[in-house]
Design a protein around this ligand. Structure first.
Ligand SMILES: *Cc1c(COP(=O)(O)O)cnc(C)c1O
Length: 393
């Protein structure tokens, strides 16, 4: 049957009727271990009882009110986020791309309104992903995102991953900020080492420009810290978050320091839905659970176990796997065979995962996954490698 949905997604034929914890279940009752987690969104698995409770409770009080009024759930969420981070102020929106839009506007306004300087350029990393709005595709600079939608927005300079010198060289007196993902997600699960982040912070201080971290994918516990920049000694000026923060309920946020927030006055930005009571109630619960020290400690223990097992598989199947990448539960297998074929075979064997650039297979278990489920995943990956090699022989 012809679908009535605009064909922007290359969808798998798989379809599910419900989700429970780390599993998705089809109409026929077949269970799949879901290590795609809606692309790092279902941070606490499907239909988490605590999140259901938070959502139900709020649904009986009030769903939506305009940002023209006080929203206590939003106030509480902002307090939580600022307490856990460098930030003093939070702007709420509904998605990652919108949080990136807010970050770009805040950076420009800081210089153009507050400091009365015409600084607007933002330096970004080649292969990065910041969302699908025009500003976000302009920022990422990727041809495959931009093609057909030109002209792009002015003011973005795209430099090679890992080329600190190129970043320094591309700064001029119109540069406002450097924006990057501390761990590139769509770009192939590439971790930027702490010393590089620290070097960039120094560079930004020296040149009087801002440092923006896009943590839409790597934040909210995904890397093993609440935000992944917290593995390093430094802080950004602006940070974007979305994906995992609502555990499946759409919400995004842009975090900013007091100083840098100063360009944004009344009427400078807004969102109808951003930070509505339903979204904030769920996010408050998500954050309460994930920011807990014990939760993060357990997560890191499970991650070490899982990465170790993946390394063992790599050593067994060196002809299929080049490298295990990532941190926490933002992991990638760099495949030697076509990653989409690998992913299809893993799915056939009951493990749902997704692809990333550079022929990488992205593994994003729910953060509250059990060791038992991780072991099941490891067995599926092993079996799949065996299947692939068996066919070849
Ligand atoms: C997914 C993603 C975005 C865009 O988020 P949407 O909610 O799809 O708009 C932005 N930045 C990064 C790093 C992402 O992974």
């Amino acid at each position: 049957m012809q679908s009535s949905i605009l064909s922007t997604y290359n969808r798998s034929k798989l379809s599910f009727v419900k989700g429970r914890g780390s599993y998705l279940i089809t109409k026929n009752g077949k269970k799949y271990l879901d290590f795609a987690s809606g692309i790092a969104v279902n941070s606490l698995g499907h239909c988490n009882p605590e999140l259901i409770k938070a959502l139900n409770k709020q649904s009986k009080k009030m769903w939506h009110i305009s940002n023209a009024f006080q929203i206590s759930e939003q106030e509480e969420l902002a307090k939580k986020l600022t307490k856990l981070t460098f930030a003093d102020k939070v702007f709420f929106c509904n998605s990652g791309a919108e949080s990136v839009e807010a970050a770009i506007k805040i950076a420009r306004a800081y210089f153009q309104i507050k400091k009365k300087k015409n600084k607007f350029k933002i330096i970004t990393i080649k292969g990065s992903f910041h969302g699908r709005t025009l500003a976000a595709i302009s920022a990422s600079g990727q041809k495959k995102l931009i093609d057909g939608f030109e002209p792009v927005l002015k003011g973005f300079t795209n430099v090679e991953f890992g080329d600190h010198k190129a970043i320094e060289k591309s700064i001029d007196n119109q540069t406002a900020a450097i924006m990057l993902e501390p761990i590139l997600g769509e770009g192939g699960i590439k971790v930027i080492p702490s010393q590089c982040l620290e070097g960039l912070r120094k560079l930004c201080n020296k040149k009087n420009i801002l440092l923006i971290f896009d943590e839409v994918q790597c934040g909210i516990g995904r890397s093993g810290k609440f935000f992944s920049y917290q593995w390093s000694k430094i802080k950004p000026d602006i940070l974007t978050t979305a994906k995992g923060i609502g555990g499946g309920f759409p919400i995004g946020a842009c975090l900013v320091s007091n100083k840098v927030s100063k360009g944004m006055g009344f009427g400078s930005h807004g969102s109808t839905f951003g930070g509505n009571p339903l979204a904030c109630s769920v996010a408050n619960k998500v954050i309460e659970i994930i920011s807990n020290k014990k939760f993060l400690k357990d997560l890191n223990k499970k991650s070490v176990f899982f990465i170790n097992e993946l390394e063992k598989i790599k050593n067994l199947y060196g002809n299929l796997i080049e490298e295990i990448r990532g941190q926490g539960f933002l992991l990638g297998i760099k495949s030697k065979i076509n990653n989409l074929i690998f992913i299809e075979k893993l799915r056939k064997n009951g493990l749902l995962i997704i692809g990333a650039s550079e022929n990488v297979i992205r593994i994003l278990p729910p953060l509250n996954v059990s060791i038992k489920e991780l072991k099941i995943a490891i067995n599926i990956i092993k079996k799949t490698c065996l299947d692939i090699n068996g066919k070849k022989n």
